[in-house]
Design a binder for this molecule. Structure first.
Ligand code: NDP
Length: 336
């Protein structure tokens, strides 16, 4: 078995030497345990800030989809797949009664839902945590109404591409995406049906937004924070709602390199805006509702997805840094 352990806490952009790939010998299974072999692993932005909470030497945190290859637990038979926060490892002994090494999102390993002939890897993306983030974050925090205008940043990523499509094809909103390349913007408009897409690397976001939404913005789904988000907030309509999902523009910054803040209070006050942060685990008790809805929308052709797949467990670190740099479109996945 192989795993990545945290050898050094990340500072600024993660370095390959911050993680160490090690071999481990696993003990024999005890009653109630089962052995999972990873098939797909996820690299997600939260890993960058989140892992700093834990001591050095832990297994790098993260979710995976794996197959049960040995079992001493009749509820988890050999051949079934599970999705769970088992960390960056190829093989894991799981006891569903006790927590794994890092009890991250207070979610126990779960048997995969029935998704027909769709790829199991989707349970790390559109039919997993990012899909539920899009579903609950948009519906419960932005509370959009038909005909309103929605802006989503990080729009070509796992969460953002999903948010925009629910907005457009399920709720009937005008949807504007903000992303980091012309290819991504083209994909958003031509394949996913966004009304507009803005390349924040080549355009002035405030100017392009003013053109795309001349009467202002009702809902903002914020994946990135920083200057992009300040530009959006200053064009919100009275009583607009912003769901603060993530802040990836500052995840690699340490205290000394944090960008200067733009003061948002004037627009919040005078336009009576609502801005609310959330973590998707808030809806753990409604988890399967989100998965089932997203599955239904895929089957109805309302929701399309893309995965950027990196092959080989050893390449997880490169996939992780590549995702932070924007090399992914849709969900970044590692196939073992
Ligand atoms: P993505 O698939 O969107 O991948 C990250 C993307 O961020 C990159 O592809 C890149 O795209 C973009 N990015 C990187 N640096 C910057 C920057 N400086 N400014 C703007 N964009 C940048 O990841 P996810 O969909 O998994 O996550 C999106 C956001 O949602 C993250 O902030 C994450 O932390 C958050 N999240 C929050 C959850 C919650 O419960 N609150 C749960 C899950 C995710 P580009 O080419 O466009 O720059």
């Amino acid at each position: 078995a192989k795993k990545f352990v945290v050898a050094k806490h990340f500072q600024n952009e993660p370095k390959a030497t911050d993680l160490q790939l090690v071999e481990e010998e696993l003990p024999a299974l005890q009653t109630g345990e089962f052995l999972v072999q990873a098939e797909y692993l996820s690299v997600d932005p939260y890993m960058r800030p989140y892992v700093l909470k834990y001591p050095l030497g832990i297994t790098m945190i993260g979710a995976q989809v794996g197959k049960i290859i040995e079992s001493k637990n009749s509820q988890y038979p050999v051949g079934k797949r599970i999705v769970g926060y088992l960390g960056w490892r190829t093989h894991t002994i799981v006891n569903p009664q006790t927590c794994t090494e890092v009890d991250l999102i207070s979610q126990k390993p779960m048997l995969l839902p029935d998704i027909g002939n769709l790829s199991p890897s989707l349970c790390l993306g559109v039919l997993g945590m990012p899909g539920n983030t899009a579903y609950f974050g948009l519906l419960e925090i932005c509370k959009p109404k038909q005909g309103e205008t929605l802006v989503v940043s990080g729009a070509a990523g796992a969460v953002g591409s999903h948010v925009g499509q629910i907005g457009k094809h399920v709720l009937g909103l005008t949807v504007i995406g903000i992303a980091g390349s012309d290819e991504k913007c083209k994909w958003l408009v031509e394949e996913l049906g966004f009304d507009h897409a803005i390349n924040y690397k080549t355009e002035n976001v405030a100017v392009s937004l003013r053109k795309a939404a001349p009467t202002g913005i009702d809902c903002y789904f914020d994946n990135v924070g920083g200057d992009i988000s300040s530009a959006v907030m200053y064009q919100m309509k009275p009583f607009g709602r912003a769901a603060v999902c993530g802040s990836i523009s500052s995840y690699n910054a340490d205290a000394s390199s944090l960008p200067k803040a733009t003061i948002l209070q004037p627009v919040l006050v005078f336009n009576q805006l609502k801005m609310e942060g959330f973590i998707v685990s808030r809806w753990t008790d409604r988890w399967s509702e989100g998965i089932q809805k997203n599955l239904q929308w895929i089957r109805e052709g309302k929701l399309h997805y893309r995965e950027t797949v990196t092959k080989g467990f050893e390449n997880m670190f490169d996939a992780f840094v590549g995702m932070l740099q924007g090399k992914n479109t849709g969900k970044a996945i590692i196939q073992v």
